[in-house]
Design a protein around this ligand. Structure first.
Ligand code: ARG
Length: 446
């Protein structure tokens, strides 16, 4: 005869317990506050598992049908907001199963045959991260489209290129934004790569060692869109490197966005004046009426902190964990959800800001003209025309720049006689190389 459980002990695993967990135990143990976000994945995973159990004659067709219908009913309740999530039921898996039991009765208990929460949670989480990857790839692509539109539009718009935030050489705004397109492209490929590697099914690994039931892991893998079942059942329940990879890919993408955010902040200062942010993407100051602050860019820059923090958090949680599942691993989800939300918001903000901004081409060009950006062209001219070793040419050009600096004029405004006082063999032809557009064009596509 089955011993009746004390009413307060957990209905899912309380068989060997005489009393209910303490309140604080319930609090530290519960993950429902965040893992309810995986309800769709949990229901898909359970449906695939149930169909397999029926196909393999492990449970009856009748039980299978009522489980599937019951799960649909649960999905409806969650969708329309009438489902009551309970912390006493710990997590999304037990909340759903418990409600299933209320709806269909004892047959609900058969769903967990040949399954453990360990392979269940690993499956749900992989499915969730997989669709997050798909979504992020689309989000990055739409940002890339905005960037490529601007790259085309500004393929000839001259601006200073910087190193050390000092004017270095003339470039075009198209080239500058094109660098971000490339960064986004690598972020996209990192996310796609993470998706590719994570797309194997842990389902059927059960607690850690598989099951004696005659399950068909290839069938559940196929139903859930996985490429194949994971080869090692212990690895299947213990692995979370897909989550750390995802966190790295999002942190790296955020880091790239933070660099663009920083540039927008600098460009939007009156001192630079390269960009005007639209009113929709700026805020005012409550005390200084003249201010138009680039808050969204500053926040994108700052959010990198969270993204980096989440990566470090999970790597720290996982470090040194023995095989296989450990409850520590429950701490893997909140950080992943947060990084996904954060990077999505950053991408949306960046899209909005960049798309609605106006670039001030005149100040950009002037900054390139006044910052001795064509000094390298002089050195190159000396090398080409006077057969001067580059090191010497660099030195001679340095003296010419110093002269222009003292006279407070641009390089192309310095009289030929002054240049010749530094190097007598310089001719008028050198001025042809000081044309910004030509200087840029001579370097393109190399
Ligand atoms: N909520 C748990 C988690 O997120 C599910 C797995 C629990 N497994 C266990 N053996 N207690 O990790």
């Amino acid at each position: 005869m089955i011993k009746k459980q004390p009413s307060q002990s957990n209905q899912m695993w309380g068989g060997r317990f005489n009393s209910a967990p303490s309140n604080i135990m319930e609090q530290i143990n519960a993950s429902i506050g965040f893992d309810k976000r995986m309800w769709r994945e949990d229901i898909s995973g359970s449906k695939a598992h149930c169909e397999m159990l029926v196909a393999q004659n492990i449970i009856s067709k009748n039980d299978g049908t009522s489980i599937l219908n019951g799960l649909d009913q649960v999905a409806k309740e969650i969708e329309n907001g009438t489902f009551e999530f309970k912390a006493s039921l710990e997590d999304i898996h037990m909340n759903i199963e418990s409600r299933l039991r209320e709806i269909i009765g004892d047959a609900a208990g058969k769903l967990h045959t040949a399954r453990s929460r360990n392979d269940q949670v690993a499956t749900d989480f992989r499915l969730w991260v997989r669709s997050a990857c798909d979504d992020l790839v689309k989000n990055i692509e739409s940002f890339q489209n905005i960037l490529s539109g601007l790259c085309k539009e500004h393929e000839k718009s001259i601006m200073p290129g910087f190193t050390h935030l000092q004017v270095a050489q003339p470039v075009t705004l198209g080239m500058h934004l094109g660098a971000y397109w490339e960064m986004m492209d690598r972020d996209k490929s990192r996310i796609s790569d993470c998706r590719k590697r994570l797309n194997e099914s842990p389902l059927g690994a059960c607690a850690l060692s598989g099951t004696g039931f005659n399950t068909d892991r290839a069938m559940t893998a196929m139903k859930l869109g996985f490429d194949k079942p994971m080869a090692n059942t212990m690895d299947a329940v213990a692995a979370r490197d897909f989550a750390t990879e995802f966190l790295f890919a999002t942190a790296q993408c955020g880091l790239h966005l933070s660099r663009l955010a920083e540039e927008i902040i600098i460009w939007a200062t009156p001192q630079f004046g390269f960009i005007n942010l639209s009113d929709a993407w700026s805020t005012g100051s409550s005390i200084m009426p003249q201010k138009k602050n680039p808050d969204a860019a500053e926040l994108v820059r700052a959010k990198t902190g969270r993204l980096n923090g989440n990566l470090i958090q999970l790597m720290t949680v996982l470090k040194g964990l023995p095989m296989t599942y450990n409850k520590d691993m429950q701490e893997d989800k909140a950080c992943v959800f947060e990084s996904y939300d954060t990077i999505s918001l950053c991408l949306e903000s960046m899209k909005g800001m960049v798309e609605s901004a106006t670039f001030n081409l005149q100040p950009m060009r002037e900054a390139a003209e006044s910052g001795f950006a064509t000094a390298t062209e002089i050195a190159d001219w000396l090398v080409r025309n006077l057969d001067m070793p580059f090191r010497n040419a660099h030195h001679v050009t340095g003296a010419i720049v110093k002269m222009a600096e003292e006279k407070q004029c641009r390089l192309d405004q310095l009289p030929l006689a002054d240049m010749q006082s530094v190097e007598a063999k310089i001719t008028q032809d050198i001025f042809n190389s000081l044309n910004l557009d030509k200087a840029v064009e001579s370097r393109l596509n190399k």
